[in-house]
Design a protein around this ligand. Sequence first.
Ligand SMILES: *Cc1c(COP(=O)(O)O)cnc(C)c1O
Length: 387
Amino acid sequence: MVRGIRCPEDRWAWVEIDLDALRENTAAIKRLVARNVQMMCVVKADAYGHGAVQCAKAMRRAGADQFAVATVTEGVELRESGIREPIAILSEPPLETIQTIVDHDLAPAVYTQDFALSLGECAAAAGKVAPYHLAVDTGMTRIGVNWRDALELRRSIDFHRGIECAGTFTHFATADVLGDWDFEMQYRRFCEAVRSIDDSGLDTGLVHCGNTPATILHPEVHEDMVRAGIGLYGLHPAVETRRKVRLRPVMSVRGRITRVERPEVGTGVSYGLTYRVPKPNIQICTVPIGYADGLARSLSGNMDVLVNGERCRQVGRICMDQFMFAVAVNSVRAYRPTRAVERGDVVTILGYDGNEMISADDMAARRNTINYEVVCDFGLRLEKIYV
Ligand SMILES: *Cc1c(COP(=O)(O)O)cnc(C)c1O
């Protein structure tokens, strides 16, 4: 058993969530914004795989003013766990979910008249006023009303007493790039849309546009509220943000060795037998984590794991529920002999073990993706333990 690593006795593989790190990151990002700027913590996709309910509760104590999710179901989960802060839904949900939205006091993004008026009808029937956030498309071409039509949409829905604009927002496509012309253009268009609504005497609610990279790199766009996601989980959205704020990764992924073999030279390992034991005294160890747990199959033969503070090569194809790795045991007295491993030893797939560490960025680079996807994937099936 590795010192400093907490090992649940009743499971072979788990995701470890460091709530202290999460609180520190939340506070660190909150310190970047002025005191009158609110912080909306983005906990969509089960808090990027970290567990939305536990994370939201920890963030709440570290400075979160509001939360944001991607779907109605995610919002309902937070409400039912006792989260009372405002909860925004970051895109316009199906009309069929409006009753649920009203029942749970969720604040959806709005960008069609149809949705806005249906929401108003439903809220009015329940004797409520439903809050919403007007989504403005300023150039990302994903969600929202075109910035030129934002005021017109507001004018076509504002007569309704059942709805109330809690916020006006946009989302940047290139906030992680410094000095980017498209970013500046998006921000100009957003300001234009906000000003036109303001000038017409309508209430914009809280104006917000800053995701993590914009919050860290572009203080001039903080407005009334920032919407931080990835940074809360201790991951950087760009190399430039590393110099501006210290963040600590929240997620580690660990498993135990369930089987150890010392096969003959030439013995194949895993589907397709793509790896064959090349020399004597190689231990082939099995870990019960596979691509259904978020360990991408494309990493097969192209990743390391940590055992007893040392790196070992993963070998053979990663399976749905398990993978194998090799430990070269020096039977002859060597300068720095590698210790043989045993069934039950803890293996680190993501995170620290002693002085070694495997980061979500390392893994993302090997997978040709971004750290966001790496942590989301590990949220798929593994049980989480909160430390
Ligand atoms: C996901 C998301 C965010 C958070 O982005 P990060 O880069 O993780 O900070 C903010 N706003 C919207 C609309 C989003 O979809």
